[in-house]
Design a protein around this ligand. Structure first.
Ligand SMILES: Nc1ncnc2c1ncn2[C@@H]1O[C@H](COP(=O)(O)OP(=O)(O)OP(=O)(O)O)[C@@H](O)[C@H]1O
Length: 367
């Protein structure tokens, strides 16, 4: 397993002056996978990229690349390339020379440069664009030139810092697909930074959800979506109903004044918890069949579904995505299965949280 690890962070901390930006972060990245660092602005995503690339140094902890410690190794000695948000292309050079730039610095022979640039441009579907001026290229095309420039040196890892954020929605969706395909074909590790959760869910083998300099959870998109480890992740990824409750015993939880079967265990009896139920996991039904009742507050038609907000007897608001229509003021039944109830602990100590995070990550790696 170890030699499949391309990057390893061991207890890495980064401070700028007195500001703690990364707080004791440890993780391993495997070769050939698509990783996404996801989190709100300022949470430390770019700092992780900069540490991998060697643009900044860790204050504490160790960083390994392919098994070797690289803390003080300069960027040009690491087999990493970065695609920046603004592409950072040279406007006075044509497409060919932009892609060839790094190879020229490394003093490759002209013939080799031509072969490598040609191959890189063909990978990003830009064959024939060699002589084009950068200024004549569209946003999506510039993006592809930047990617060609990143892959031409055959790095082990490509870092992408919000590379799609300047594109309009349609092009962005197309480039998401293209990037994912490209990563599969190249078999290189991609570390992609975004604050867009839909983008992260659509593209990644694994997502790292980051907040305030700490990894909150790492896992496949499905794991992160279905089993958020805490309120931050549940709130940040997708839409959720988060309701206060109490654990009664293993597989039994109480909320809205009633007890419900669930699939969670190992939480102390009587411990305060929060319940997460996704809006699409709730069905609208009759009052007899409904597990709880709600008064419809608003109904919005969203094309593929209705977005219904209703209020239960204890005042919680519930968001429901359903293809069934309901009417404002109507009383409806809400039905959900034990599997769609996800229980999150409150009042967990930092040590308990770290242990749980570790076991989640180990489950992931063992799968
Ligand atoms: N060179 C620096 N000097 C001082 N503080 C810095 C420096 N670089 C980053 N920071 C601070 O570190 C924190 C994390 O920054 P970082 O760029 O890693 O966040 P991010 O998650 O990538 O945010 P965004 O999505 O806005 O790019 C921020 O509070 C930022 O202000």
């Amino acid at each position: 397993m170890e030699n499949n690890i391309i990057i390893k962070f061991q207890h890495v901390t980064k401070t700028y002056h007195d500001d703690l930006v990364l707080d004791d972060v440890s993780f391993e990245l495997e070769r050939g996978k698509f990783y996404t660092l996801l989190g709100p602005s300022g949470c430390g995503k770019t700092t992780i990229l900069r540490l991998i690339a060697g643009f900044t140094e860790a204050t504490k902890g160790e960083i390994f690349f392919d098994g070797k410690k690289v803390n003080t190794i300069p960027p040009n000695k690491r087999k990493v390339n970065t695609v920046f948000q603004d592409y950072a292309l040279f406007p006075h050079l044509n497409v060919f020379e932009n892609v060839a730039f790094g190879l020229r610095i490394k003093k490759f022979k002209q013939k080799i440069i031509e072969e490598k640039v040609k191959e890189a441009l063909s990978f990003v579907n830009l064959s024939g664009y060699e002589d084009r001026d950068i200024k004549q290229m569209s946003g999506g095309q510039k993006q592809r030139v930047a990617i060609a420039r990143a892959i031409v040196n055959e790095p082990d890892v490509i870092l992408l810092d919000e590379p799609l954020s300047a594109l309009d929605l349609k092009l962005r969706t197309q480039m998401q697909y293209e990037l994912r395909e490209l990563q599969r074909r190249l078999g290189i590790t991609f570390v992609f930074v975004t604050h867009d959760q839909e983008e992260a869910l659509a593209m990644s083998d694994e997502i790292f959800v980051i907040n305030e300099g700490k990894i909150q959870q790492r896992g496949t998109p499905l794991d992160i979506y279905d089993e958020p480890i805490n309120r931050f992740v549940a709130d940040f990824i997708g839409e959720s109903n988060i309701i206060k409750g109490k654990m009664i015993e293993d597989f039994l939880v109480e909320f809205v004044g009633k007890q419900f079967e669930c699939v969670d265990q190992g939480i102390r009896a009587n411990e305060s918890v929060e319940i997460v139920i996704r809006p699409e996991d709730i069905e609208i039904t009759t009052l007899e069949k409904g597990k709880i009742h709600g008064h419809v507050q608003s109904v919005l038609f969203r094309g593929v579904h209705y977005e219904i907000v209703c209020q239960d007897i204890t005042g919680n608001e519930w968001l429901i995505h359903t293809t069934k229509k309901a009417f404002v003021g109507e009383e409806i039944g809400l039905f959900f299965t034990p599997e769609s109830i996800h229980v999150m602990r409150l009042g967990e100590t930092e040590e308990e949280f770290d242990l749980r995070l570790q076991s989640y990550s180990e489950d992931q790696t063992n799968e």
